[in-house]
Design a protein. Structure first.
Length: 255
């Protein structure tokens, strides 16, 4: 890929390169076995291309506020993609030069895919217990900058975690930031595994503890839902998605 300076004009159309490869993926190398040569593979780039188009839109917004160098990095991120198909098992992987910017839709999508695989593997290895999805929010009536909101959320999480998750079998969390008419809305999704029959995450107690942790009155809203083990993979996909517009994602409310 040709390097461009911060002031370079946006690149042309997305360049997608499908490689004919006769090497094995890591899994096949570990398992061993004979190598089978392959012919050209037809690879569907629709999903990658849609995220790249979103990255170009973000880059345009960054240029409007003077972030020219950052916009240039997003423009070139993932523009050239190599699709590599294993000659033994047929698994297709993608390789590209990426910017790793937190605002980049391409890099965010890839991070979410990686996190989904890791969390799902951890869920499947987890001991038997009850899965609970907790959503910790900040009050909508308080006006603060994004950095101040994140600082408040992080500090409150530390205090709440020490008091409420002491008996948990395990937990995972993700910070999500949305923006509405009232400004920024940072909040936290927490997936917790607790012993079966344990009232560790009693809704009233959790809400009271979160209010104390935030040191705000009235206390912010807290969402708590319990999930059957067979439904947890669907919840994991939602929690690690780069688009939380999924409809119909419900579970029984704890009572």
């Amino acid at each position: 890929m040709t390097a461009r300076g911060p002031g370079a004009s946006p690149p042309g159309p997305l360049v997608l390169v499908s490689l004919v490869v006769s090497s094995r993926c890591r899994g096949c190398r570990i398992r061993g076995g004979a190598l089978r040569l392959m012919g050209p593979a037809a690879v569907d780039y629709t999903t990658w291309g849609s995220h790249k188009a979103a990255a170009s839109a973000v880059a345009d917004s960054l240029r409007e506020v003077g972030e020219v160098a950052r916009a240039a990095r997003l423009d070139w991120c993932g523009r050239t993609v190599e699709a590599i198909r294993c000659g033994d098992c047929g698994t297709v992987t993608y390789r590209a030069a990426l910017c790793h910017d937190r605002a980049c839709p391409v890099c965010s999508w890839r991070r979410c895919r990686r996190e989904y695989a890791r969390l799902l593997a951890a869920v499947r290895r987890a001991p038997h217990g009850r899965w609970v999805h907790v959503t910790l929010t900040l009050p909508a009536h308080v006006t603060y900058s994004l950095s101040a909101g994140l600082d408040l959320l992080t500090a409150a999480w530390g205090r709440w975690c020490r008091s409420q998750l002491r008996g948990a079998l395990g937990w995972w969390r993700r910070v999500e930031i949305t923006r509405g008419p009232g400004g920024w809305h940072p909040h936290m999704h927490v997936l917790v595994l607790i012993p079966e029959g344990d009232d560790l995450l009693d809704p009233a107690r959790v809400a009271t503890a979160w209010g104390r942790a935030c040191r705000l009155d009235p206390a912010p809203l807290v969402g708590i839902r319990s999930w059957e083990a067979r439904e947890v993979p669907r919840l994991v996909r939602y929690l690690t998605s780069d688009d939380h517009g999924a409809a119909g994602l419900t579970g029984p409310v704890l009572s």
